[in-house]
Design a binder for this molecule. Structure first.
Ligand code: NAD
Length: 482
């Protein structure tokens, strides 16, 4: 029996303080269905306190007035602590969302270290201002911190999505009010402790675990200059509409329904493990970048279907703490039901279950779903159009390369994708034609040094690397005397 991780205070303005409300968030293990953590539920009043502290820190405090080098020193300490304690972080994430340990260490904790490191590297190269010759005289072009940032994050990759906002915001000199998802408040509070120890000045960071009402109050707050959001399309639209009232800047990292295009010359020894890695093995399929539509040439359909059926059927499903587990439980019962509903819908639509299709035998406690491969899917089916967010994958036939590209692009989303081929040049050419923010040739990769984000309904803006850092600055032109 795990001890319950119990928090009684909220981290507001850099200090642990009494919450204004009485509500508590209970974190329930997706494995045991038992309570494993409790934190105070932040209220709109707590938001007001946090925004006031953040405003004071930004408008009058030392943080934005420090040099980049001074801020780099503090963020480096945060990165070093997360790196040194990454195993503890991975275990805390798994405790809350059931992420398989293999993925929790690499895809969650070490990726967070990676995003911090890559943002630090970009900051070290950052040019704050330069002079150029304008039309009427010299102009000093400056980049200044955007201000107070509201960061709103999901439960599936909770620290990576926090790190992708916190690192550039802090390095820019912003102050941050973070609202993590109510499913994963514990790792966010853990990070608050790490940031406090690293010497972040008063007011610069607040962490407010809460649901969407408190989040809605935060994004509509006139004291916020930018909202950085990762989550669903529906919430992204609501946030953008709310932000419009104050013309608050927004960046949105939303969902996906990405295509893996298997070309007719693809090596299945490369494609199959990458597709498994980009679907079921990526956080049990609960990944925005998951390659959930596999596009297969009709001439090789049976071969690919057979290889993927065998691969999916052989995956170890079970306790995420077991390092051999590839597919753990869904985060909540609601997510398990959502997956099972889509599996039923797919069958009603005429798709054929090639493997999986239900709850794994013997795993009735915890919210498990079998790795499920659907064959005979057409791109107009709901299972091919809507984000399922679990280990459920569609196989879709195509005849020509042009049709494959058209199918990949026939989606409301545009986040990720992959092309598999024996010819890298051909794969790169196809990748150029796919309308998504990231495409990998012969693999599945999220590169923490390259811009990441979505076309279409997958979002607005980019995170990671220099482009992710840039998103936390405004430009200013100072026209100098001619
Ligand atoms: P969600 O949209 O339900 O919630 C995300 C966060 O937004 C939570 O903290 C939630 O409390 C908050 N929220 C919801 N409505 C809000 C509102 N109106 N105002 C303010 N805050 C609000 O998403 P989820 O279920 O936690 O996460 C899964 C979704 O996130 C999937 O669609 C997935 O694709 C997406 N995601 C995208 C990326 C990416 O980088 N593109 C990464 C991870 C997850």
């Amino acid at each position: 029996m795990t001890d319950i991780v119990d928090h009684h205070k909220l981290f507001i303005g850099g200090r642990w303080v009494e919450p204004t409300g009485d509500d508590t968030i209970e974190v329930v293990s997706p494995v045991t269905e038992q309570i494993v953590g409790r934190v105070p539920h932040a209220t709109p009043e707590d938001v007001d306190r946090a925004v006031a502290a953040a405003r004071t820190a930004f408008d009058h405090g030392p943080w934005p007035r420090m040099t980049m080098a001074e801020r780099i020193a503090v963020v480096t300490r945060i990165k070093d602590t997360v790196a040194a304690r990454h195993q503890e972080l991975a275990e805390l994430i798994t405790l809350q969302n059931g992420s398989p340990m293999l993925f929790a260490v690499r895809g969650q904790a070490l990726s967070t270290v990676g995003v911090l490191a890559m943002t630090l590297a970009a900051a070290a190269q950052f040019e704050e201002e330069h002079e150029r010759q304008g039309t009427g005289g010299p102009v000093l072009v400056r980049r200044e911190a955007v201000g107070v940032v509201a960061a709103i994050t999901p439960w599936n990759v909770p620290q990576l999505t926090i790190g992708a906002k916190l690192a550039p915001a802090l390095l820019a000199g912003c102050s941050v009010v973070l609202k993590p998802s109510p499913e994963t408040p514990l790792d966010a509070n853990w990070l608050a402790g790490v940031c406090a120890e690293a010497g972040l000045p008063e007011g610069v960071l607040s962490v407010l675990p809460a649901g969407r009402e408190t989040g809605a109050h935060l994004v509509a707050h006139p004291g916020i200059d930018k909202v950085a959001f990762t989550g669903s399309v529906a919430a992204g639209k609501a946030i953008m509409a709310a932000a419009a009232q104050n013309l608050t800047r927004v960046s949105l990292e939303l969902g996906g329904k990405s295509a893996a295009i298997v070309l007719d010359d693809a090596d299945l020894a490369v494609a199959v493990p990458a597709i498994v890695g980009g679907t079921c093995a990526a956080n049990s399929g609960q990944a925005c970048v998951a390659l959930t539509r596999v596009l297969v040439p009709a001439s090789r359909y049976d071969e690919v279907a057979g290889a993927l059926t065998a691969a999916f059927g052989g995956l170890k499903v079970g306790d995420p703490a077991d390092p051999a587990t590839v597919v753990g439980p869904m985060v909540t019962k609601k997510q398990q039901e959502r997956n099972l509903d889509y599996i039923r819908i797919g069958q009603e639509e005429g798709a054929k279950v090639l493997t999986g299709g239900g709850v794994p035998a013997g795993l009735t406690t915890g919210w498990y779903v079998e790795p499920t491969l659907f064959g005979d899917v057409t791109n107009d089916m709901r299972i091919a159009r809507e984000e399922i967010f679990g280990p459920v994958v569609c196989l879709i036939r195509y005849e020509t390369e042009d049709e494959a590209v058209a199918l990949a692009n026939a989606s409301e989303f545009g986040l990720s994708g992959a092309v598999f081929t024996a010819d890298t040049e051909r794969g790169t050419e196809v990748a150029r034609r796919v309308r998504t923010g990231t495409v990998t040739v012969n693999g599945f990769r999220l590169d923490l040094a390259a811009p990441f984000g979505g076309y279409k309904n997958s979002g607005i803006g980019r995170e990671f690397g220099p482009e992710g850092l840039s998103a936390y600055f405004e430009y200013k032109s100072v026209n100098l005397p001619a």
